[in-house]
Design a protein around this ligand. Sequence first.
Ligand code: ZN
Ligand code: ZN
Length: 103
Amino acid sequence: MSKKEKPYIVKKKVVTVIERLYNPKYGDDRICVCGHTYYRHFDGYENNRAVGCKYCQCSDFKEAPPMPKNFLSKKGAIKVLLSKQDQLDIYHRHLEETFNKKN
Ligand SMILES: [Zn+2]
Ligand SMILES: [Zn+2]
């Protein structure tokens, strides 16, 4: 023991923080494999940090493949009676259900 010793050894560390932020050029309405839009995967109150999907447990946005051509007929939906948006909604709900089953 020595009177000159201090109770703590103080070390200075530089820590690198990797932040994943929202990219406004990416396209807000692009759809993730979880069935939800791109911008729902970020927190507008927290500097647009990538916090994960607001609607489900999805933590990483991964773009869903475009709706397969035979998707609606497989689902038994009659395409001509549906608007484009309705067709997409069916597909997005399907993605959501598939994603939830996996997680
Ligand atoms: Zn997602
Ligand atoms: Zn989601």
